[in-house]
Structures are given as C-alpha cells and as structure tokens.
Write a protein that binds this ligand. Sequence first.
Ligand code: FDA
Length: 309
Amino acid sequence: MLRSVLLSASRSDRLRQVATDAPPARAMVDRFVAGETTDDAVRATSGLVESGRLVTIDHLGEDTLDLEQAGRTRDAYLALLDALGDAGLTGSAEVSVKLSAVGQALPGDGEKIGLEYAHAIAEKADALGTTLTLDMEDHTTTDSTLGTLRELRAEFPSTGAVIQAYLHRSEADCRDLAVGGSRVRLCKGAYSEPQSVAFVDKADIDKAYVRCLKILMQGEGYPMLATHDPRLVEIGGALAIRNEREPGSYEFQMLYGVRPDEQQRLADQGDRMRVYVPYGTEWYGYLVRRLAEKPANLSLLARALVSKG
Ligand code: FDA
C-alpha cells in the first residue's frame, strides 16, 4: 500500500516541485545521489574505482516532454563521457541511460528521437572504450526500449539491456537475450505495475528473479545481477559455480548508497561489483523509488526534516 502510494508520488509534478524546493530533503538526496555536476560524478566514480568497484553512471532525468531538454540530457552524457575519458576512467565506468530522458516519451516521433540521441551516446562511449546500458522504465515502454536495444546492438553489440523480473513477460525476454555478447542487467523492477502484467507479491517476484537468473546464467551472455537482496546474491554465486562460469563472466550491481559494506565485501573477495551512480538535479523520481523500496528510509527523511527544517 505504502509502496504504491510512494510510486504514484514519484510521478507527481506538484510533489516533485515541493520536494525539490525543500532543503531538508538534501540529507536523503546526498545518501543516494552523487552530486549535481559532471565533476561530482567523476569524483564519486574515481573513489569507487580506487576501492576496487566498477561504476555505471546515470544522469538523472526521466519522462522528458521537451525536445530541448532531451538534447541537453544527451549533451550531458557526451560531456560526462569526455570527462571520464580525461580522467582515465572509461575502462571501469560505463553509463546508464533512460530513454525517456532522451526523447522516447515525446509525442509523435519520440521513439525515433530517443534512438537517435541514445545512438550519439553509444557512439561516443564506443570511441572512448566503454559502453552504455539502457535502463528499463514502466511496462508501457518495454517493447520500445527492447526495439531500440536491438538497433543499437547491431552497431554497438556491448549495449546492455535491463530486464525487470516482476514482469510476466521477462522469462521469455531473458531467453531471447541470453545469447553470446549480450549484457543483461536483471533487477526486480521499481515501478508501480498492474497485476495483469507483473507479479506484485514479494515472494512471487523473488521466485521470478531466480527463474530469470537461471536462464541468464545458463546462457551465453553476460548477466549483471542488480540486487541488494542477500539471498539472491547468494543464489547468484551458487548458480555461477553450477554453470561453471569463469570469474569475470558475470557481475553484481548495487545502487550508490545502498549496502556499501556488502558492495565492498563482494569486490574484496574478487567478484566484479558495479555501483550505479546517479547524479544531477532531477533526483525526485529516482529518490522516491528508493524510498518505496525501503520505507525505513522514510524515517531518515523525517529525521532530516525535524533536525534541519
Ligand atoms: P529488495 O527491495 O527486496 O531489497 C533487499 C534488501 O536490500 C532490503 O531488505 C534492504 O536491506 C536493501 N535495500 C534495497 N533497496 C534499498 C534502498 N532503496 N535503501 C536501503 N536499502 C535497500 N529498476 C527498474 O525498474 N529499472 C531499472 O533500469 C533498474 N536499474 C537498476 C540498476 C541497478 C544497478 C540496481 C541495483 C537496481 C536497479 N533497479 C531498476 C531497481 C530494482 O528494480 C529494485 O527496485 C531495487 O534494486 C530493490 O530491489 P532488491 O533486488 O535490492 O531487493
């Protein structure tokens, strides 16, 4: 119930405005977001890489209905990639892109613009020796995003996909994507979805995650296990052994600010561990989804409001 209220709030323009103007929210933002500027993102990346972790960087923003804004987001990614190149970090850091931030949600030819802008990012990433992963948004965009993925992979085969285990369709999508050279990030799914398309019960979502993971681990591709769930991390490790996967033929991924000690433990024991680092000013939707995943985070926010407000 609380989760679905929070997930609806994540798409409210009015609440977005109120929260963005409320300085006490800063403490929460700082925990989950690496900063506002390219320099902030590069600095956070550099620290994580020094600690033995890999990074994927998200320039925050989504659901853009403004062509110029979509262009600014594309340009921010291009500048970020240049900065990563200058800092010698492209061997350890890639970028994550929400297609709705680069035009997919625009009426009319949004899908075409999303592809064109994502292509520009993929081209720059490729030239600098890194790559991108296309984040997955709500289920109405899944077909369009997988279509864009296919187009990008034809030219840039390392372009990564995200599959959300909670969708009923995802086992079939995993089968399609479990092929040589295909990078697939498997997550539980963070949006408010109807029961007609998605599992909503936590135990059902966890079981679906394991079914999808088995397909990816048995396949020829490169699975990226995006979860903080200790049971699923353990099952992932066991499936890697059972499928005789070499170290480096799969990786774990977690979000910036979530279970950092576990991130470090996995990196220290020799696993590939990648941290998803969001930065930028458009943090509202991202932050509210993090609150929905762990309502205890709400009490941190409440404490921040009481102590600073
Ligand atoms: P679960 O939510 O069950 O959490 C397991 C445990 O992890 C919790 O008990 C808690 O200890 C800890 N934890 C989890 N979330 C926390 C939080 N916010 N704050 C504090 N502790 C927390 N989703 C999507 O729909 N599209 C996408 O493209 C992506 N991309 C993506 C990339 C990466 C690298 C990650 C790690 C996740 C995503 N997600 C995503 C989000 C994903 O779908 C999911 O909502 C979160 O990862 C939470 O699910 P868990 O698997 O961690 O399990």
